[in-house]
Write a protein that binds this ligand. Sequence first.
Ligand SMILES: [Zn+2]
Length: 119
Amino acid sequence: MASRNTHILIGVGLSLTSYGIYKWRRKENWTLKGTCGSLILGVVAGILPDILEPSLNNPNHRAFFHSAGFAVLLLLSKKWVNENPNFAESQKLMFNSFVNTYISHLGADVRTPQGLPWL
Ligand SMILES: [Zn+2]
């Protein structure tokens, strides 16, 4: 079972990498606000599935918010946001980073003996 710290580490790494690529592609410098926002987003999205469905010493705590079905819904919402011209590029970056980090949590959990539910 991936620990909370592992989820945070993966989440922050993904979030900062997304932010760095975004800034690099736009040829812009990192800002303190953007860096701090990425750090916070990485921590929150990295542990959100376990906040929504805490283990409380129950190894079978994983339900809908840990499911493959919810991951598919997130990916579909990501596609919708990215194709929607009403969202600014910075909003798309934040949403993509959130979804990628959330799904990284599921990716770490799926490698455990309990796996993930389909729904
Ligand atoms: Zn989890």
